[in-house]
Design a binder for this molecule. Structure first.
Ligand code: MG
Length: 396
């Protein structure tokens, strides 16, 4: 089966329309508009900070684990492969993969949950896709003529819509992003590229950490069991950890090929012939077959039960939540301790949102340093921190 979805991809007049930027950008070189977006994203400070943010395991435990940056690069590998196999716009898919986690706060999902809980008390929510949009539109400042990275409409649409749909009612500020329509396939495929990358990586890092055991995974993760048997047959004398690694690669390949085939089949079945046809469908086309989806869910359930919620990681999560909560409360109570550059935003956005923005941008290490510093000052009864906080029962 030849998979050529070029007619439904972001090319030609659709590419030109989605290349629109809020501010003019001189076209002085050979790069496509999405190429330029990719380069701007890679040059962004928020992108570099992904190196210091937890994916699942903190870098304090080992240098071998994925960070959010290396996870991002692995998602990009998958996204490029899928986009290329389907003859879609690889530059757009690559830019979207590189930017897909740029809105994540420190400490992985525990950090995200904690920040969301803090904001809820102020009637607000934290959403990493919306935060990513704020980063690329406002917080990245490196150009003389404007705030933000001035990314194309296509990349900005993909940032918010790659993993979920937003309604105009709930988000009137997002009106320009074709709400009520499905995003291009290049954006749709990012969600599963992300899943496929981390489902592979987390088994690998789980074993590396000693929290998961190859024999147990083989017995309980059906998709891995299947690929393990095939690799084992080819390498009957192979050392377990290398057979396991090859089996992980085989598992990843199975999921990637399934995504490619199923996406092509769905487009064919829907009779879609253009990007507009894709947009007007009532469902996404970049999904797995029902058989592969069942295997994916089974593996995800396994990772939740045995890894993400295991006592060692839960302890980390609790610590992360405590740090985020304490620092959020601290800056809300003492806004004068925020960097001066945030003052104007406090006036326009409100204090709670600005504190969340500030925290969300931090690396794990940076917020831990802030936390240690605040605790040190509390212990010493220093400056404005004496009073209320020095009397707390848990002297930090
Ligand atoms: Mg991700």
């Amino acid at each position: 089966m030849v998979h050529n979805l070029h007619a439904c991809g972001v090319f030609g007049k659709d590419e030109r329309a989605l290349s629109a930027r809020a501010f003019p950008a001189p076209f002085s070189d050979d790069r496509t508009a999405f190429d330029r977006d990719r380069d701007r994203i890679v040059q962004a400070r928020a992108f570099r900070r992904l190196a210091g943010k937890t994916q699942v395991f903190t870098s304090r435990a080992s240098d071998h684990f994925r960070s959010r940056l290396t996870h991002t690069i692995e998602v990009t590998q998958v996204a490029r492969q899928v986009a290329r196999a389907l003859n879609l716009n690889v530059d757009l898919a690559e830019a979207l993969a590189l930017v897909h986690d740029i809105g994540h706060p420190p400490f992985g999902h525990a950090g995200e949950r904690a920040l969301d809980a803090c904001l809820k008390q102020h009637g607000l929510r934290f959403d990493h896709n919306l935060h990513a949009l704020r980063i690329v539109e406002r917080f990245e400042q490196r150009y003389a003529g404007h705030r933000g990275l001035n990314l194309t409409l296509g990349t900005r649409e993909g940032i918010i819509k790659h993993s979920r749909d937003y309604t105009l009612q709930g988000h009137p500020g997002l009106a320009e992003y074709f709400l009520g329509q499905k995003p291009p396939i290049e954006a749709q495929l990012i969600d599963l590229a992300d899943e496929i990358a981390y489902l592979t990586a987390d088994l690998d890092d789980g074993v590396e950490s000693g929290l998961l055991e190859i024999g147990h995974i083989r017995e309980h993760v059906e998709i891995l069991r299947q690929s393990y048997l095939i690799v084992e047959r080819a390498h009957p004398e192979g050392e377990e950890k290398y057979v396991f690694h090859d089996a992980l690669q085989a598992m990843q390949k199975t999921l990637i090929l399934d995504l490619i085939h199923t996406t092509a089949e769905n487009v064919e079945r829907a009779g879609a012939r253009s990007l507009q046809d894709i947009r007007e469908l009532d469902h996404r086309v970049a999904i797995l077959s029902s058989a592969a989806e069942a295997l994916r869910l089974q593996e995800k359930r396994y990772l939740y039960d045995t890894l993400y919620t295991c006592p060692a990681l839960e302890l980390e999560h609790e610590k992360a939540e405590e740090v985020i909560r304490e620092m959020f409360d601290f800056w809300v109570e003492f806004p004068e301790e925020l960097p001066e550059s945030y003052e104007e935003d406090v006036r326009t956005e409100g204090l709670a949102r600005v504190v969340a923005d500030y925290i969300a941008g931090m690396t794990d290490n940076f917020i831990l340093l802030q936390y240690a510093e605040v605790r040190r000052r509390i212990r010493q009864g220093y400056g404005s921190l004496t009073g209320k906080r020095a009397s707390q029962s848990d002297p930090l």
